[in-house]
Structure formats: C-alpha cells, structure tokens
Design a protein around this ligand. Structure first.
Ligand SMILES: CC(C)(COP(=O)(O)OP(=O)(O)OC[C@H]1O[C@@H](n2cnc3c(N)ncnc32)[C@H](O)[C@@H]1OP(=O)(O)O)[C@@H](O)C(=O)NCCC(=O)NCCS
Length: 173
C-alpha cells in the first residue's frame, strides 16, 4: 500500500507501506518512544526492552499474516523509516473480535507532520479489510501527547486501569 503525501513542501514525501525485513533495525530504534509517558513508578529501561520485544513479535506476526505492521518511509531528516504502527486481532471479553493497535511511534524529528495520523489510517484500513468493526488500543494515562492525538482522531476512552502502591511511602496512589 502506498499513501503518498507531502508532509511539508520542502520535505521528502512520506509513504506508508508494509514493513520489510530490512526495516527491522530502524523500527527497533523507535522502541524508546514507546517508553515515553510510562507511569513515574515504572522502570523506563524495562519499558523500552518490552517495546523492543513487542515490535519484534509484531513483525513476526505480520510475516505470518497474523497481523500487520506499517512503516512511514521517506520522511525528514534523511529519509528512511520515521514511524511504525502494528495492528492485529484481539478478542474483547464480550466475544467480539476487535482490531488492536499494539505499537505506534513516530520519530521525534518528524512529529506534528501528520505521520501518526497516516499510520493510524493504514491500521484502520487494514482492520476494515479484515471485516472488523472497532479498533482499540491502550496508552499511558501520563502520555498526554498520545491522549490528545487519539482524541483528535476520534478515539474514546473505554476502560481505566488503576494502580495503588503497596509500599509504605509509595507514590502510586
Ligand atoms: C503520539 C504520536 C504517535 C503522534 O504522532 P504525530 O505524527 O506527531 O501526530 P500527527 O502529526 O499525525 O498529529 C495528528 C493530530 O493529533 C494531535 N496531536 C498530535 N500531537 C499533539 C501534541 N503534542 N499536543 C496536542 N495535540 C497533538 C493534533 O490534533 C494533530 O493534528 P494537527 O497537527 O493538525 O493539530 C507521537 O507523538 C509519538 O510517537 N509519541 C511517542 C510514542 C507514543 O506515545 N505512542 C502512542 C502510545 S502507544
């Protein structure tokens, strides 16, 4: 799939396309982005490690046609992969199968240029082609950028995960 779009007149057009094996390193380089907005009481290093595993598993799932991974290719500053989204199928507890976005990340040098919106459009398009009726995802409560982004794209909060610290002087309340 090619969705050519000029994100700015002087910049290389960004194209959304399915991930290729040779993208693996560039995609994994975006993993630290997925640790942003993680709760203050979590280990950001462990979150980045988890993000690398999720991205690796998502690429494998896409190769096995159990899901899809799309990359944004050709953006600033020097071309190459500037964003990634993974999407697969997930059963909701009501029994309905939803589409589920596992990871979405845009290179900090390419934000606010429409890349995230284009990646989500590709994930939504994949989900529609699968015959699915809802696309769901999770993000950190502290990730205000992502929450504003998803709200701008029409996503509604469906569940809230709560945490209480069990430490005497805990910070998670
Ligand atoms: C969230 C993220 C994917 C957004 O990507 P992006 O390419 O900058 O988003 P877009 O340029 O397509 O923005 C689309 C709209 O979302 C909203 N938006 C995006 N970033 C925003 C911000 N920092 N503050 C307020 N609104 C924002 C705006 O309405 C924007 O439209 P506009 O630029 O015309 O005003 C990117 O910031 C990112 O990779 N963050 C780190 C990883 C992450 O949090 N992933 C998602 C959670 S798993």
């Amino acid at each position: 799939m090619l969705l050519p779009m000029d994100i700015e007149e002087h910049q290389t057009p960004v194209r959304i396309r399915p991930v290729r094996d040779e993208d693996r390193q560039a995609v994994l380089a975006l993993a630290p982005r997925l640790a942003e907005g993680v709760a203050a009481w979590r280990d950001p290093g462990a979150a980045t490690d988890a993000a690398r595993r999720w991205l690796t598993d998502s690429i494998t799932a896409a190769q096995d046609r159990r899901g899809a991974v799309f990359v944004a290719d050709g953006g600033p500053p020097a071309g190459g992969v500037v964003g990634v989204v993974s999407v697969n199928r997930q059963q909701h507890f009501t029994g309905v199968t939803d589409a589920y976005v596992g990871e979405l990340a845009v290179d900090p040098r390419a934000v606010r240029g429409g890349v995230g919106r284009m990646l989500m459009a590709a994930a939504e398009d994949w989900a529609r082609r699968q015959g699915l009726r809802h696309l769901t995802l999770e993000t950190g409560a502290a990730n205000t950028t992502a929450r504003q982004f998803y709200a701008a794209l029409g996503y509604h909060e469906e569940g809230v995960r709560l945490t209480r610290s069990l430490e005497p002087e805990g910070t998670a309340s």
